[in-house]
Ligand binder design. Structure first.
Ligand code: ADP
Ligand code: MG
Length: 240
């Protein structure tokens, strides 16, 4: 299958098992949302997809091929990631935050990197902020810059880890809107989120993670309207 598949992912930190069997199926062009309680292993799981962490058991397939034998640097060129805390370089302009990885990792020329970066910033509504430092932008603008930086690499897949959790409430909508646009344009995405409204509307499939196990998965209509497992029912009654 083209897209992202994980099978029976296990991972421990020391003697503590954190992932104990996580399965995910996201078709090319689709969006999966991963939901679950704090500490259930969502961030850890997301990091196994681009090999920031290595599972002790199980497999991650990208377009049908295991990523586990692949060079991690090459893999991260194909899989973009957006973090809760943006991870922009604070001492560089927004433009340079985008051009640096383009030059270093994709190896494009300075002129081309600037053209690509300016185009991406324009697409996320930040054309006027290219020369500003991250600290001079709102959290929402910084997150949109981080998304633009990832998109500039032309990834096959985008991973989002609680991309709106650090934002003031009034800034959340703009970032979720950008993510929904990307999903609508056919980007393949795996989105860890607390935003159940986003999961309901933008996801093709929702995976509920609890204590390191993918307990239940299905289309949003099924997960939110007809949950089966008692743990998912409890989780939804806590958050909705
Ligand atoms: P979530 O993102 O769902 O809140 P995490 O994946 O961050 O959950 O964490 C799952 C569990 O693994 C938690 O108990 C957390 O304390 C533990 N954990 C996460 N990262 C590490 C680490 N680097 N070393 C040890 N334990 C960790
Ligand atoms: Mg997390």
């Amino acid at each position: 299958m083209s897209g992202v598949v994980t099978r029976d992912i296990h991972l421990s930190f020391g003697a503590t098992p954190v992932l104990r069997g996580v399965d995910l199926d996201v078709e090319h062009g689709h969006t999966a949302c991963v939901i679950g309680p704090s500490g259930s292993g969502k961030s850890t799981f997301l990091r196994t997809i681009n090999r920031l962490l290595e599972p002790s058991r199980g497999d991650v397939l990208l377009d049908g091929r295991s990523v586990l034998g692949e060079d991690p640097d090459r893999l991260r060129r194909r899989i973009g990631m957006v973090f809760q805390q943006f991870n922009l370089f604070p001492h560089m302009s927004i433009l340079r935050n985008l051009t640096l990885p383009l030059r270093r990792i994709r190896g494009v020329s300075a002129d081309e990197a600037e053209a690509i970066a300016r185009r991406q910033l324009d697409l996320v509504g930040l054309a006027g902020k290219a020369d500003a430092r991250p600290g001079h932008l709102s959290g929402g603008q910084q997150q949109r810059a981080a998304i633009a930086r990832a998109l500039a690499m032309e990834p096959q897949v985008m991973l989002f880890d609680e991309a709106t959790s650090a934002l003031d409430p009034e800034l959340v909508k703009g970032v979720l809107g950008l993510m929904a646009d990307l999903a609508g344009e056919g980007m393949t995405m795996v989105v860890v989120t607390h935003e159940m409204g986003f999961a309901r509307e933008a996801a093709d499939t929702v995976v509920f993670l609890d204590e390191g196990v993918s307990v239940e998965a299905g289309p949003p209509s099924q997960i939110f309207e007809a949950p089966v497992s008692p743990r998912l029912k409890q989780f939804l009654s806590d958050v909705l």
